[in-house]
Design a protein around this ligand. Sequence first.
Ligand code: NAD
Length: 484
Amino acid sequence: MFFGGTGDLAYRKLYPSLFNLYKKGNLRTHFAVLGTSRQTMTDDKFRAAIKKSLADSGNRADSKEASDFISHFYYQAHDVTDTAHYSVLKDAAEKLDKKYKLQGNRIFYLSMAPQFFGTIAQDLKTQGLMSTNKDAFNRLVIEKPFGRDYDSAKQLNDALSKSFEEEQIFRIDHYLGKEMIQNIEALRFGNTLVESLWNNRYIDNIQVTLSEKLGVEERASYYDNSGALRDMVQNHIMQIVSLLAMEQPVAFTDTDIRAEKVKALRSLRVYNVADAATNFVRGQYGAIDNQPDYRHEDNVPHDSTTETFVAGKLLFDNYRWSGTPFYVRTGKMLADKFTRVDVVFKKPLVDIFAFPQSQSTPLAANVLTIFVEPHAGFSLQLNAKTADAGFQTEPIKLDYMVDAAKSAETPEPYERLLHDVLKGDGTNFSSWPEVSYAWKFVDQIRRVWDLQEPQFPNYTPHSMGPAAAEELIQRDHREWIYRL
Ligand code: NAD
């Protein structure tokens, strides 16, 4: 059942992803999709919209396969704020249950504004929409954002947990559906070469960059209320960092992986006021050519203090990571659109090639880069001898990039995540303890920032952010690996 079934996300991502799962045989005959939103619409009109959504995403929407798939779609108008109205959904769900022999299994996907999540969850239970068949599943899928600070997130979680158990709640973080984010576990726990060095003895620092080329576009009113710290750091960056920092799980199961991520986040140092001010910097983009600065974008107040850029240093107080910082940065209107992780190893303690008459340049650090998007792959920088006479070293790279044909077959994040929900696998979703530790960390930065009026705008579009982001890392005698 899709709440917000006529929304942008549903049409653009969810229905095409579901169709991909259908094409691959992950959905066959025993399924029905009930779309719901406020507007009235017939099933036929809804199906025509689904057909368009499939066509717009590059599918042959007039094929027999597509029309068989679309025949499983139904529509019911419903206002989520009207408790009495849930009975129409209940009737529709029961009819479909019988028709498609669903045995009471239900998935409720809330693809709408988060202010409705609590009410919907409550009414699903009190109005009898949740299946009472003890062998059947009830699963609740919710979109981001999950609160705007720890208190509001807790309030939301308390509301949800009155109706659903933690293992029935699937909090979407679409970065966890990305191929190379899922590959972090394979890379770490599938390779002795990597995991045996994956600690503060051998790693100098880890850098996570989520860079966006565009400005706020049409999301301005939402974004201005949120900012880069809440929109990107609290969820996506904290999830990536916890996968990089966690210990090896006992087994490759959602419960074991989540347990390790939570342990890692628990040892993340929550900063006091002074450290928050030193270890995190913010930015807002200025104007360039005929593009306005952030404050003159449509739907942004001219005195907005919302940050469109964040860079920060994270420190873990545990045996594996003590003394090895994780630097993170994200922002809009930066030089390029990409996501990458750079793992910078310590240099050899002694550079034996740097004897007095040597022509050799000093050894470079080994760097393992995980390219997440737009291209997926790894790169490992090593030092090797040049092919010239004499003896000099130079950095060389071992690269593995997923080729274009393979990339085209890689499922989109939403396809993977919907598949996981169908299987009941919570590995790639954020659990409540993860969300709560991430908010507690981020709230402290926000609290400090709210005490002081920032000097905005402070970075040029198409750069890699404000000068303060360079100073943050240079102060530690380090550099960002990706630089212009
Ligand atoms: P949208 O505004 O396009 O759609 C909202 C849907 O909710 C519509 O179907 C609307 O009819 C319905 N709705 C609104 N009030 C209602 C009510 N009282 N009763 C019943 N239905 C009601 O929003 P969207 O862009 O599809 O986003 C949905 C959710 O997904 C949000 O939480 C958003 O933050 C999240 N999200 C969206 C995107 C995206 O690319 N669009 C990306 C990430 C997360």
